[in-house]
Design a protein around this ligand. Sequence first.
Ligand code: Q46
Ligand code: ZN
Ligand code: ZN
Length: 309
Amino acid sequence: MKCKKCGGKAAINMRQHKLALCKEHYLDWIPAQTQRFIEKYKMFSPEDKILVAVSGGKDSLALWDILIQLGYQADGLYIGLGIDGGFGYSDKSLRFCQRYADRHGLNLIVVDVGKTYGSTIPQLNDKTPRGKEKPCAVCGVSKRNIMNRAARDGNYDVLVTGHNLDDEAAVLFGNTLNWLDRYLLRQGPVLEAERPGLVRKAKPLFRFYERETAAYALLRGIEYIYDECPHAVGAKSIYYKEILNQLETKRPGAKLIFYLNFLKAKDRGLFAEPVIESEALNTCTSCGQPTTSPAKCAFCRLVELPTPD
Ligand code: Q46
Ligand code: ZN
Ligand code: ZN
């Protein structure tokens, strides 16, 4: 296979785009495409202060790398979840983020959940009635709160995450299978700050396949954690990704079409806004962040639950 631009040896073939590129041209193509998507979906501008949520994985570190190459002012945010999994998952992932930041002279903000809030994510989960189950629900609520707070306190204009097309198509698949209209309405490459105190969110890599972000990280020599969070095993999203991969094998481009046509349908007004409009808008009496709860937000209530004996 030859590079479409220079005829040299191709490093990657993207069947859905009918495009094969060599290492050099691929490493130019990804940032150029990202810039195109940032503009097309009005994600942010060069004047904006950006906070990149980094997990130590390939997607978020690749995103940070691309934004810096494109000349954006982007700091990193790492949230230490306190997950061990027998191999020190959280500590290890922090090391990859810190190493990347140090090598490139970048600023990494670290919020250690255990040290800051008195309990790690697994410990917070143990306090809930569903303590025997996976901590993903607690983890999601906590990360959203902490990310928004860090972005707000640091006066960032936008919080960006490294979700790729495979992630987004899997979420869309789950939301569609269950017709979760409320989630469908909110899913997209940009989530506006709908309420005062909420920070705008964007996903600049949402049109790249996972293998494309992985190839970018590899060809750029970015060191990242290969291990997944131990709690990701058996997650529904992984099952959905497998199903979508089967589809993609038979029909290259199926995932991209599924997702982009969803965005078009949304633009045409297929999903109305009844629920969100009617939700009361309150401010958490503890952390001051927007919440639909009448007093304290879900995260603050979690943190304040008594520790089990
Ligand atoms: S980090 Fe947290 Fe994920 Fe681990 S505990 Fe579950 S939600 S799987 S993105
Ligand atoms: Zn080339
Ligand atoms: Zn709160």
